[in-house]
Design a protein around this ligand. Structure first.
Ligand SMILES: Nc1ncnc2c1ncn2[C@@H]1O[C@H](COP(=O)(O)OP(=O)(O)OP(=O)(O)O)[C@@H](O)[C@H]1O
Ligand SMILES: [Mg+2]
Length: 490
């Protein structure tokens, strides 16, 4: 993007590109030491901190240091992200296996990974993960017009959790062996584990507990607001790397490198005291640039006082269609499939085709590796959701359900479609469809021992059946709710 364009749309709120990464010298040194030690004995590290503190950006930089840095390790990196949609069983772990398969097939790490042992371990882990999720993940979807949406489920052999753990650990052992055999360490990076359902957290804990040599496992987890899961993960050698707000010198570096702004010491001191998390700094510097204000302590104090929170400041300084796009898309669950996004923004399909580059240019959306989209930063989506009126929330969820139904034949993430529909029907108050689908899914998650997800679904079915006044459905939903509650210990 050229300078003029950047001036109008601002610097993206997505995790920082590694070349622009600022500060965090001690944290990077600690990660460097862990990498060096991971060849002998696998190492797990949790990068923790409140929203917007810079966890994803640090992971981006770590990936770069491990894989790309000239003269650095030049080692394989596997990455995946957990998204805010409970029930995506092992979806992030399947992402890691997929990443390894791509890595092994690419010429770059041929020397390290082109090996039958790895290929066999990939095939096995992939197969076991797929079979484990099969009872909830349909092989196909049908939308019967006017009736409920149904999934077609395969009758595959039951695979127990122990086989999943064993297959994934075997994969890591093989990867670790190959990496350390060539003097390297493979990095396995998993983001936002605070969003993971119980099964995924269990697998993460088991892996962190038995991590083989040659592997650095780094994952990010939000803390605060009861989001911390550190104790639950509970592996003995797990190191926590908590991130704090930026110091004055780091703030000045960020302003200079990413925004071309020269901040004096008084302004940096003010920001360090009042608003030192990088997300807030991004919102503040974008606002200064967009409004062409001098970056003095006085103007910064005024800016901060004028907005209730940093996400509000970020939106207040956006122009063009971006605010409307954000409002229309905020009820979706990432990853947003492109056909669904296009339908949300233009339900009648009468406008010009969705120009996805413009979404990215906006600075408030980012493209994911699979081609889908997400908000550039979750705080932006959370802000938009909170700002929706009750009526707008119902209307947008109804639109989202319709868009999924219309595009489902073109979408590959079947479980994502079903879970999204279950959620959108419920929030759209389409009680009949919501009750049926949530009850059905709740039962499937109960059998798969994901009681947290089962409870969410079943409670939705109960609420929808109450609205419908359907006594038979209500008593079935209540029976299932009791069953799940007993298992969930609630
Ligand atoms: N070290 C850094 N240098 C430059 N920019 C940064 C740095 N850390 C974070 N940022 C910027 O600050 C914003 C928030 O950072 P990031 O997304 O990494 O936070 P996070 O802790 O992952 O947030 P969340 O918990 O919501 O996922 C992003 O726009 C990012 O580009
Ligand atoms: Mg993040």
């Amino acid at each position: 993007m050229d300078e003029v364009q950047q001036q109008t749309v601002g610097v993206s709120y997505a995790p920082c590109p590694p070349e622009e990464f600022c500060g965090r010298v001690e944290e990077r040194e600690r990660l460097g030491a862990m990498l060096a030690g991971a060849g002998e004995r696998g190492q797990a590290v949790m990068i923790s901190g409140p929203p917007g503190i810079g966890k994803s950006s640090l992971v981006n930089r770590l990936a770069y240091d491990v894989r790309e840095l000239p003269g650095g390790l030049q080692s394989p990196v596997l990455r995946a992200e957990v998204f805010d949609l409970p029930g995506m069983i092992f979806s992030a772990f399947r992402g890691l296996v997929g990443d390894l398969a791509r890595c092994a097939a690419s010429g770059r790490f041929k020397e390290t990974l082109d090996h039958e042992g790895i290929r066999e371990a990939i095939r096995y882990a992939d197969d076991v993960l797929e079979k484990y999720a099969a009872p909830v993940e349909p092989v196909g979807l049908l939308s019967k017009s006017g009736e409920e949406v149904i999934g077609i489920f395969a009758r595959s052999p039951e695979v127990g959790y122990d086989r999943v753990r064993q297959a994934f650990l075997e994969l890591l052992r093989e990867l670790g062996r190959r990496a350390s055999g060539t003097g390297r360490v493979a990095a396995v990076l998993l983001e936002d584990v605070h969003l993971a359902s119980a099964l995924d957290r269990r697998l993460l804990g088991d892996i962190a507990h038995d991590l083989p040599a040659g592997i650095l496992l780094a994952f990010t987890c939000r803390t605060g607001d009861g989001a911390g899961r550190f104790e639950e993960i509970g592996a003995p050698d797990l190191v926590e790397l908590p991130l704090q707000g930026m110091r004055g010198d780091e703030i000045r570096e960020l302003a200079r490198r990413r925004f071309g702004l020269a901040i004096d010491e008084a302004a940096a001191d003010l920001l360090e005291a009042a608003s030192s998390d990088p997300f807030s700094l991004m919102a503040c510097f974008n606002a200064l640039r967009r409004r062409d204000l001098a970056p003095t302590a006085e103007t910064i104090a005024d800016l901060l006082a004028g907005a209730p929170d940093p996400a509000a400041l970020a939106f207040a300084t956006l122009s063009g269609p971006y605010c409307a796009w954000a409002e229309n898309l905020c009820v979706l669950h990432p990853p947003f499939p492109v056909p669904v996004m296009a339908c949300m923004l233009d339900p009648e399909g009468t406008g010009p085709a969705l120009v996805t580059e413009r979404l990215q240019e906006s600075g408030i959306f980012r493209r994911l590796p699979g081609g889908e989209y997400a908000f550039a930063h979750p705080l932006l989506q959370e802000h938009c959701r909170h700002a929706l009126s009750a009526d707008a929330k119902i209307a947008l969820n109804a639109r989202a359900a319709g868009c999924f139904e219309r595009s489902m034949h073109r979408l590959s993430g079947r479980l994502h479609v079903l879970l999204s529909l279950a959620c959108h029907f419920f929030h759209a108050r389409d009680h009949a469809k919501a009750a049926d689908l949530n009850l059905e899914l709740g039962l499937r998650f109960y059998h798969r021992e994901d009681y947290g997800t089962a409870l969410v679904m079943t409670e939705r079915a109960v609420a929808s059946a109450e609205h419908l006044g359907d006594d038979a459905l209500l008593s079935a939903a209540r029976r299932q709710q009791d069953l799940v509650r007993r298992k969930a210990g609630r």
